[in-house]
Design a protein around this ligand. Sequence first.
Ligand SMILES: [Zn+2]
Length: 453
Amino acid sequence: MPYDGEYATYLPLHRISESQRVKNLLARSKILEKAHVAHTPKPIDAPPQVLNLPKFILAIDGSYAEVDVKNGYPGAKVGYCTTASVLLDLDLIAELDTKRPVDPVEFRKTEQAASVDAALPGSNVVTRRQNSARASFREELYDLFTEIVVDEGDRTNLLSTYEALLALKPTTNPQSCPYSESHGCEAKFVVKPGCTTCPTCSRPVYSTDALRIHERFRDTGTNGEAFGLVMQVVERLLVIHFLRCFERRNVLQRLISLAFFIDGPMAVFGPPAWLSSAISLELKRLNKKVRTATDQDLLILGIEKTGAFVQHFEEIDQTETPGQQLFTSRQYMLLTDGYIKDRILHSDSHKRYGEDTYFGRKFFYKAQSGARIVTSIPFLSEEQDTIDSDDISLYPQFAAICTLLDRVVSSRHANSVSPLIAANAQAAIPLQLGSRVLTELAKALLGTAENGK
Ligand SMILES: [Zn+2]
C-alpha cells in the first residue's frame, strides 16, 4: 500500500523529464530513426528439434543478500552468498510437465535456506586478524575459494582452478598494491598464486586480489556491487572447475549427457573482466578434448533476465499490428556486431562488441512455449570466436540448445535460470556445494552411460 508522500517523489521526477534542460539535452542527442537503420531484425526458423539431448542440466545460479548484523559498530553488514547448483533430470521434467509449475518464490526460499555457502564481511565487519573491513573481505574471499571443493576424490579446490586461470593472465599490466588506498603503498606488481606479500610494504597479498573486487569494496555503506562481482565470478569459475574435475577423472567423454546453464551472459564484467579471456582459452582447450572423444561440443549456455538486450527483444517483437508478434515460436536471431552497435548499444568503435568482457555471443530465441529468451553461448573453438557471422553451422550444438530451451523454459518465467530451476523443482536434485557434488554428478552420468544413452 502506498504511504503518504510516496507519490510526491514521483511527481518531481516527472517535472524533471519535462524540464527545458532535459528537452534541450535530448534535442542534442542521437535519435534512432527506424528509416535510417542499417540492420533490421530478421527472425529465422530454428533447426528442427533433436532427439539426442543430454539427460541432465546442471543449473548454476548464485545470489547474495546483504544483511545488517549487530557487532557494536554502526551500519555493520555481512554478505550471504548462495550458489544454487541444481541437477535437472530432463526425463523427469517431461514426466512432470503436466503438473507444472511449482511456485518459484516458495521454492527459492527453501533453496536459499538450504545452501548458504559463504558469509563475507561487509562494511564495519572486521575479522580478528585484520584491521579493516576491506582487508577482512579480501582474506575471507581467498578462504572461500580455498574451501570450495566439489570432488572428495582429489579435493582440488576452486582456488586451484582460479589460479590455473590466473596463470593465463597477461603480465603486462601490473596492478596496484591492495593497500594503496588504506596505507598509501605505491607498489605495482603482478599478483602471484597463493598467499604472498607486497614487495614494498610486506603486507599479505592473496592470489584472489588479482580479481580486484576489493577495489569496489566500501568500508562504509552497502557492498552490493562487490558481492555481485563475487557471485558472477564464482558462477563462471564453477563451470570451469567442474569441467577440470571431470577431466582429471577422465570422464570428459561422458559430458555429452550434461548441459550447463548459468545465470547471465557469457561474460565477466568489472575489475575481474580479465578472467573472460582466460576462461575462453580454457574452454577451447577442454572442448578440443571433448570433441576428440565424442565428436561433439560442450553444451553450455547463459540466460539473461534483465538489461538492454532483454528490453530490445521485447520491443522488436511488438509489431504495428496489435496482437501480432515479429517472432513466431521456434524462431531465433543470432546477434552480430553490426546489429548490436546499430540497434542496441550505439557505438562506432572498430573494437568488437564485448571484446574485453565476453567469452561468447548472444542470440534471441522464442521458445516453443512462446517465451522470449536472451541466451548466450560460449566460443568453443577459434572458428566460433566471431560475432560477425550469423552462420549457425559454426555452432554444432545450436539445434540441441534450442530444443533444450523448448523443453525447460516455461512461458510464465522466461529469461532466468532460477525460475527454470524452480519451475522444474520436482525434477531437481539440489547439489549442496560440498565435496560430494562431483561424486553425485559422476554417479548420475555413469548411470546414464550404463542405460545405453
Ligand atoms: Zn604494498
